[in-house]
Each structure stands twice: as C-alpha cells, then as structure tokens.
Design a protein around this ligand. Structure first.
Ligand code: BDR
Ligand code: CA
Length: 332
C-alpha cells in the first residue's frame, strides 16, 4: 500500500530535488503540494513547484498556495542561497495556463478530514502546518505522521550558530507545532542532512546515467554549489530536503531517538531546537530526532530513482566516488 502524502514546501533547489524523488518513489502517492513562504516568496515557490511537476510529467497533481508570511516574525527569504527565482537562476519558464489553487491550509484540513492515514512531509517553514493545526486541531487525529525537515540536535545551525533555516524563518510556527501536535514529529535536522552532499562527481555520474535528469539537476544546483563554495569552502552542495523523502520511503536509512523538543522563539538563539535527550524537563517525548544516516544508502536510492539504471552498478560506482569524497568532506 502506498503512503498518501501532502508535501508542504518552499521550492527551493533541494525542495525541487525532494519533489522529484517523491514522484519517483513507489512507496508514496503525492496527493497534493502546498507551498509556503520560505526560500522564496510563496508565489514564486508555488510556480516553482509547477515547473518541477511539468519536468516530471505530473501536472495532474494539484498545487496550493499558502502563507505569505511567518506567524509573527518578519519574513526573510533564502534567495542568497537558492537564487532570485529560487531555482538557482536557471531561467526555467513558468508553466502557462496552470491553475494555482489558493488556500493551502484548507486543502490540508479537507484532505485530513476526508481520509485517515494521510502523512505530511514538511520541507519548508512550518507556517501552513501551524495555521491548519490552530484552526482545527482535532482533524490532526487523522494524521498518519509528520516528517519535518528542520532544526538540529548537536550540529551547528545554518542561519545562526544554533538555528536551521526552516525553524529560524518561522520559529513561532515550529514552536507551536512541536507543542501542540499530539503525535511525535519526525525531525530530519541538520545532524543528518549535512551529510548529504551532492558533489560535482556525483552530478557528472547522474548525467551519465540519465542526461535529461542529470542535466536538469546540474542547471538548478549550479548556483547552490557556488554558494556552498563561497560560504563553507565546500565543493558540493548539501541537499537537505530529499533526505526527508528518503526517510519516509525507507526509515532504516536513518537512526534516531525520542525526546521532548522545544523551539526558541526569542532572542539571539531564535529558531534553535532544544532537544531534551537527557530528560531534564520530565516531559513526554514529542519528537523522534534523527541523529545518524546511511549517506551511501541514501545516494544509492536517490540516483537509482531519479536516473534509473542498474542498482548493483550504481552501488559499485558510488563505492568509488563516495569513499574518495567522504575523506575530503571530513577534512573540511
Ligand atoms: C532547509 O532550508 C532551506 O533552505 C532548504 O530548502 C531546507 O528545507 C535547510 O536548512
Ligand atoms: Ca525547503
């Protein structure tokens, strides 16, 4: 049985790769995509989701536009990282004549009401999810699971020494969802996503496996690679969001633990996730925190699903490429 999932996203370069992976994964049925302001303003993110759907030949999936600002905080985009258009300034044309549905929050609620067992995969700030939860909390009893890319346990932040972008962009939404959702949130944070690095060698291999998909991936990630080089001296780019998809398909790719987590909404550590692994606060766990990842297993799945090809052959080539590159990344 396929897992029915709503993907709430802010495309976004890595969000686009995550959408591509989800649409290529037999475990998942994407019932709708909702956009939220994050990497780019929400109208741009909505258009980008449609561009990815067109590339994947899946314009049958409905796309809904959601929140255009965080709950309380002033909106700050990540266009320095993802480009003005959110797709690495790749200049992809808009999808013409496609209907953009407003009311992402209503779509989330209506879908959850209609049917039990729907999952939510949130790979942007949690604003849409928080708004839906505030409006009709009881509807979330029907939710199968929430997988959220965001936060970090021990790893340093990517927006401040301690904060990850999605939760930093809308800390009040994140804090609300962690506090009020009655089922534990699967937190796919920087501890695990930082290990997922798409390097020039891997991109080259993707093109050899599948020129169309590899070429598209190269076009949208060029800007992101440059950003990582300037910012971190890394030859490659961290693709956070696809790991959340992979975890949903194959949970054994990541290992974690249950804990109570709170999100800071004020001050210099705004957006930080405080993961009480030692149980100082004596509170019931509200999250499952992913701390370890099989990065090679992830990459194998990512390449095989996006590009096709013989999995044994992919495993062999990844054995060459990733052993070399892991050494280099760790030295950094
Ligand atoms: C997260 O923030 C965004 O820039 C990415 O799309 C990802 O969802 C990583 O911190
Ligand atoms: Ca994202």
């Amino acid at each position: 049985m396929k897992k029915k999932v709503i993907i709430d996203c802010d495309p976004g370069i890595d969000d686009s790769l995550a959408l591509m992976l989800a649409l290529s994964s037999p475990e998942l049925e994407v019932v709708g995509i909702t956009a939220v302001c994050g990497n780019v303003p929400v109208d741009l993110g909505t258009k980008n989701a449609l561009k990815v759907l067109r590339f994947m030949g899946r314009l049958d999936i409905p796309v809904y536009q959601g929140a255009d600002k965080p709950l309380r905080r002033e909106y700050i985009s990540a266009q320095d990282t993802h480009g003005k258009d959110g797709l690495g300034e790749s200049g992809l044309e808009d999808v013409q004549d496609e209907k953009i549905h407003p009311q992402a929050v209503e779509f989330i609620l209506d879908t959850l009401k209609k049917e039990k067992g729907i999952s939510l995969l949130a790979i942007g700030p949690l604003t849409n999810v928080a708004l839906a939860l505030k409006k009709e909390p009881e509807v979330f009893e029907n939710l199968d699971e929430l997988v959220s890319m965001g936060g970090s346990y021990k790893s340093h932040g990517n927006c401040s020494p301690v904060a990850e972008y999605n939760y930093w962009c809308d800390p009040d939404a994140a804090a609300y969802v962690y506090e009020k959702l009655t089922s534990p949130i699967n937190m796919v944070g920087l501890d695990v996503t930082r290990k997922i690095v798409l390097t020039p060698n891997l991109l080259e291999y993707m093109k050899r496996l599948n020129q169309r998909v590899g070429g598209f991936t190269e076009e949208i990630t060029r800007f992101y690679l440059d950003f990582h080089w300037k910012q971190e001296g890394l030859i490659g780019c961290v693709i956070n969001d696809p790991l959340a998809v992979a975890y949903m398909c194959k949970p054994h790719l990541c290992q974690g633990f249950d804990a109570y987590t709170a999100v800071e909404t004020e001050g210099i550590s705004i957006g930080q996730t405080l993961v009480d692994r030692e149980n100082f606060w004596k509170k019931e766990p509200n999250s499952h925190i992913l701390a370890e990842v099989d990065e090679r297993g992830f990459m194998e799945l990512f390449l095989e699903r996006l590009c096709g090809g013989d999995v044994r052959e992919i495993r062999k080539i990844l054995g060459q490429i990733m052993t070399e590159e892991k050494i280099r990344y760790e030295k950094n």
